[in-house]
Write a protein of this length. Structure first.
Length: 322
């Protein structure tokens, strides 16, 4: 009796091979890599353990064992899809002044919790060149099925894990030795082997009826920034994690030092600064604007271009830490 070949397709669809290849890419780039980063999330009245596929941790500067200038935590969720499936996204249709996207919210910086001044303009310039998408669906070109469950699930896994990492990095700098505090960065990426497309601005019902293939409706992109709305369930999740977050912070010398440093380096033109004290209170109280800042924007990347995206991010953050 011959072995069934179904095990191959089922092994691939488990995303385990994709996870391994992603992890190898990060390891080759000198990330410390771990699988299944676990966190708690409420399901009804019970707390249930969930996980994201891969957590990579990187220290700057590159090629230095003697000093640390910054850190990057990169969460990656992996979705292997059949070759007949494509991911298609709606473009941002808002006028610039009303866009739901904010430059600087995809690469999440906690530099205000350090004694280093970074150039946020470099992040803004990088993100300004990215494609932004509001909603996505998966299209099976062979069967004709269209649904969005796996995209939404992957983004949800990343979003619900992020508060734990943000809280960890802030507390590490507030409670640690002042000389060891450095700017932490956090990034979330949903990676898939499926091709990614963003629909054209003139996409319409009538145009769908006229065309023969998806390429006539959309442009193929290597990666994009996806907007995920902040709902009541996530807000409650966040409140639970940051409950009592600022307790005894007033007594911590590090936080006062961070505040004074940021105040000293106000924006010359606008006379404002990022207040770490205010940020702690906003996180504890789960202000909508703060939740939107940290949790509404995520990368979605085609696996083919994952090394390119990660390398670009490393190069960008390396320039910022010099």
């Amino acid at each position: 009796m011959k072995d069934s070949k179904k095990w191959k397709s089922r092994l691939l669809s488990s995303s385990i091979p994709l996870e391994y290849e992603v992890a190898k890419i990060l390891s080759d780039l000198d990330f410390s890599v771990s699988f299944d980063y676990s966190y708690f999330r409420k399901e009804g009245e019970r707390r249930k353990e969930f996980s994201t596929d891969i957590k990579g941790y990187f220290l700057f500067p590159i090629d230095s064992e003697d000093k640390i200038d910054a850190s990057l935590t990169l969460l990656t969720e992996c979705k292997y899809r059949d070759e007949s499936k494509k991911w298609v996204f709606l473009p941002d249709i808002n006028k610039p002044d009303f866009s739901t996207f904010t430059l600087g919210n995809t690469i999440k910086s906690l530099a205000e919790f350090s004694l280093k001044k970074i150039d946020n303009d470099l992040i803004y310039e990088f993100e300004e060149k990215l494609d932004f998408a509001l909603k996505g669906v998966e299209i099976n070109i062979t069967s004709g099925e269209v649904f969005d469950k796996d995209i939404r699930h992957g983004i949800s896994q990343l979003k619900y894990a992020l508060p734990y990492l943000i809280k960890r990095d802030i507390e590490a700098n507030i409670w640690g030795h002042l000389v060891d505090t450095n700017p932490p960065y956090i990034i979330s990426i949903l990676v898939t082997n499926a091709e990614l497309y963003i629909l054209d601005d003139d996409f319409s019902i009538s145009k769908i009826r006229e065309v023969d293939n998806i390429e006539q409706l959309a442009k193929k992109v290597p990666y994009l920034v996806y907007n995920s709305e902040i709902g009541p369930d996530f807000t409650e999740h966040h409140k639970e994690i940051f409950k009592g977050f600022t307790l005894n912070f007033e007594e911590k010398e590090n936080l006062s030092q961070f505040e004074n440093f940021q105040k000293k380096h106000k924006h010359k033109e606008y006379n404002i600064y990022e207040s770490p004290v205010n940020k702690c209170w906003e996180l504890e109280n789960s202000h909508y604007s703060t939740l939107k800042e940290f949790y509404s924007q995520h990368f979605i990347c085609s696996f083919e271009y994952y090394p390119k995206l990660v390398n670009e991010i490393i190069e960008l953050l390396s320039r910022m830490t010099k």
